[in-house]
Design a protein. Structure first.
Length: 426
């Protein structure tokens, strides 16, 4: 964030993360700064996935520009090959990564094909959180492979989070899952022809009344060239032509976003008001006419036609709020308002590590979470066959402990616990 002329400059990623949880911005700008912390985990598994897909996309079009027809999957393999060599991982680990991906894919396909469903006959939203997955991962050797691969996390710059055996299956993504996910996603990528792609990973700018907001689009595509209406300006040279642009962005959200949700998505709103910073078009630049959203996990695409000015007031107001918060040093974690949001956040590893920030921000809530985890552990023992009187007493004791530490528990919190326990019973 800096002063650029009369306007303050801000990155859209900061606005997006702040709207979700201000602590994400804190980690990036302060918590992981080299002169502030000695933490080694400066990347997350989710970031590895995004970096690999985007790097492979850039390589794919770079080679296409040199008239080299290299499949996207091979480009992704070259990206990972370069990383693995830079990390100096041995051949055994590389072989384990390939085996892990193949074994995991064979298990995951049983859930995706509907062979394994819940009691209602519906597919699981999180197959890897089920007892079925845990059993198959253990019998197939997948769990052992994952731990063997992920022992390298710290050496390659991924955060570390010590978890019990019960919690390990719900841990944030490590090296093994990042590699496997990226390979799965590559099989669903259907990229546009190189001749319609004008730029990859292009920087964009949104000119708001008091803020200059910067972002990036994964691709700028041409939708054709046409002659502008009306008389050309006096200073114009050449033909009076205009380029019709389409921005494409990659979304890595777990669920396919709804059309209604996309219209309110800050990333999409910003793209609709953006213009390229460095892309030079001989025919001149026009406001974007279309935004294509590529949901990477599913391979699905959606198209939105924005109108100039839509949502600009929201971007301006939120940008000003972010600037004020950063300047004041006010970072309030999302976790303070509810404990469900942190489950899939890639910064959870950092927030909940031994030197994390949640203990300082909300000790009572941390105690409540720990007691809830104890209830779940005791229930797992019971469901695993330990029906002894001692175990039953421990279950009751853990529930009382949870209630004592949860004087303000909401119905949402209680239902969340019940959902977890029910999932364990399936």
């Amino acid at each position: 964030m800096s002063n650029g002329g009369k306007k303050i400059e801000l990155d859209l990623n900061d606005v997006w993360d702040w709207a979700y949880c201000p602590l994400r911005v804190w980690w990036r700008k302060t918590g992981l700064a080299a002169d502030v912390t000695s933490k080694q985990g400066k990347r997350t598994g989710e970031q590895l996935i995004e970096e690999s897909i985007r790097s492979a996309t850039g390589l794919y079009y770079e080679l296409a520009g040199k008239r080299k027809n290299v499949p996207f999957g091979k480009c992704l393999g070259l990206v990972w090959k370069g990383w693995l060599e830079a990390w100096r991982l041995d051949d055994e680990t590389v072989s384990d990564l390939v085996n892990y991906h193949q074994t995991r894919r064979s298990i995951l396909s049983r859930f995706e094909d509907g062979e394994i469903t819940n009691r209602e006959g519906k597919r699981y939203k999180k197959p890897t959180w089920t007892r079925y997955w845990r059993k198959m991962a253990e019998t197939s050797g997948l769990a052992v492979l994952r731990k063997s691969i992920d022992r390298h996390k710290e050496s390659i710059g991924l955060g570390r989070l010590d978890l019990s055996e019960e919690e390990y299956y719900r841990a944030p993504k490590g090296l093994a899952d990042a590699f496997a996910d990226s390979m799965d996603y590559a099989n669903k990528m259907r990229l546009p022809a190189p001749d319609v792609v004008l730029g990859v990973n292009e920087r964009l700018v949104v000119e708001l009344p008091s803020v200059r907001l910067f972002s990036r689009t994964d691709m700028v595509r041409s939708r054709g060239i046409s002659r502008k209406r009306g008389r050309p300006p006096k200073e114009a040279t050449g033909e009076n032509l205009q380029h019709h642009l389409e921005y494409e962005i990659f979304m890595f959200d777990e669920e396919v976003p709804s059309a209604y949700g996309l219209l309110r998505d800050l990333r999409v709103i910003a793209l609709g008001q953006s213009s390229p910073v460095n892309l030079k078009l001989e025919e001149g630049e026009q406001p974007v006419e279309s935004i294509r959203i590529r949901h990477i996990p599913s391979g699905q695409e959606q198209e939105i036609n924005p109108r100039l000015g839509d949502g600009a007031d929201v971007l301006e107001a939120l940008s000003r709020a972010v600037i004020t918060g950063i300047r004041a040093g006010t970072y309030v974690p999302r976790m303070v308002c509810g404990w469900r949001a942190c489950g899939d956040c890639e910064y959870r590893t950092l927030c909940f590590s031994e030197t994390g920030v949640m203990d300082a921000f909300n000790p009572p809530l941390m105690a409540q979470i720990e007691s809830a985890q104890r209830v779940t552990r005791e229930m797992r023992k019971y469901l695993g066959g330990d029906a002894s009187q001692e175990n039953r007493l421990e279950i009751v004791r853990s529930i009382f402990e949870f209630m004592a530490r949860s004087p303000d528990i909401t119905p949402e919190g209680a239902l969340w616990m019940m959902d977890n326990l029910e999932a364990e019973m399936r």
